[in-house]
Design a protein around this ligand. Structure first.
Ligand SMILES: [Zn+2]
Ligand SMILES: [Zn+2]
Length: 321
């Protein structure tokens, strides 16, 4: 099972600015320190081994969208943030390669950053395609219709020619979707959000974003420990540093990197993927938060737990389970 991140930014898509690019080029040239490169491969080696991630790359700025299993016969996607646009275009090239024209989309909740990609989802305009939208909320169709109403958007939902189905799911029930066992859990967020667990061929991916877990209330978290149990990856809302989460951003509906590690340790998860990055944080800040999380994981590791690998999502990242 291979999972691909198409959008990892929280709350608002965030474009990279000219000053950030300038800083990256400056840092790269400084690190090169006047050296000559024999060929392009030597440049690529230098970038891969001697430049850190915020210098040679970027976490990207699209809002939430994650493809759960890129090899599934039908497409399997969580959330429809602005990253859905890129996924939609990419998927068209894969239809001929054996994917059925069926898109299964699992919605965490209808906040804008999780639905704003749908009006730009090219497969939704093709009558040969079927789009199934799953979720725990009752009013998803109404929400999507409203998003595309005059005067906010020129193309109404019904202009999109693909077949649409809305499928209500209930926590506590196991569903079968395109050969995957799928279940959901209700989370702590304004208007409620849902996390999803996907299992296939002995591999498990969990997508759990937009949920506020608090370090001082870990006794309430057993149902999440059960839900994450021994997952190969948990993609988790780590929007804030611990300092921000317990001060200025308390009750904003998102979690810290520290509570993510604690929950994953308790659930014996193999990999944590930090997700839903704060739009205010630049690449360097997210990189430092990632390193801080790795150090916290080492400090807090329990005697009977295998090490938890801590990944940090970026747009285009693939996680091979
Ligand atoms: Zn969000
Ligand atoms: Zn939200």
């Amino acid at each position: 099972m291979k999972t691909k991140i198409w959008g990892c930014r929280g709350s608002l898509p965030t474009a990279i600015e000219a000053t950030s690019v300038k800083t990256k080029v400056f840092d790269a040239l400084k690190a090169a320190n006047g050296r000559n490169f024999a060929d392009d491969t030597a440049i690529e080696d230098f970038m891969g081994t001697e430049l850190d991630f915020p210098t040679a790359g970027t976490y990207g700025g699209n809002s939430s969208c994650v493809e759960i299993n890129t090899d599934a016969e039908e497409f399997m996607v969580c959330d429809m943030g602005s990253g859905l646009r890129g996924f939609g275009i990419d998927s068209l090239g894969r239809v001929a390669a054996g994917h059925e024209r069926i898109y299964n989309i699992f919605l965490s909740h209808p906040h804008w950053d999780h639905i704003m990609g749908f009006p730009f989802f090219v497969p939704a305009f093709d009558p040969r395609n079927t789009i199934r939208i799953y979720g725990g909320h009752d009013d998803i169709e109404w929400v999507l219709r409203r998003q595309q109403q005059d005067p906010c958007f020129p193309v109404p939902l019904d202009f999109m020619g693909a077949k649409r189905e809305f499928i209500h799911m209930e926590p506590g029930t196991d569903y079968e979707v395109a050969g995957h066992k799928v279940s959901l859990v209700e989370q702590y967020h304004h208007g409620t959000s849902y996390g999803y667990r996907f299992e296939k061929d002995g591999k498990t991916a969990v997508y759990s974003t937009d949920s506020e877990h608090k370090l001082e209330e870990m006794d309430k978290e057993q149902r999440f420990v059960d839900f994450f149990d021994q997952a190969d990856v948990v993609i988790f809302d780590t929007m804030y540093s611990l300092a921000d989460a317990i001060s200025v951003k308390e009750d904003w509906g998102h979690s810290s990197n520290a509570v993510a590690v604690d929950l994953c340790h308790l659930a014996k998860v193999k990999r944590l993927c930090m997700f839903h990055h704060e739009p205010v944080y630049d690449d360097r800040t997210i990189f430092e938060l990632h390193n801080e999380t790795i150090r916290y994981e080492e400090l807090m590791r329990l005697d009977d737990t295998a090490p938890l690998e801590v990944l940090c999502a970026y747009d285009g990242m693939e996680i091979d389970l």
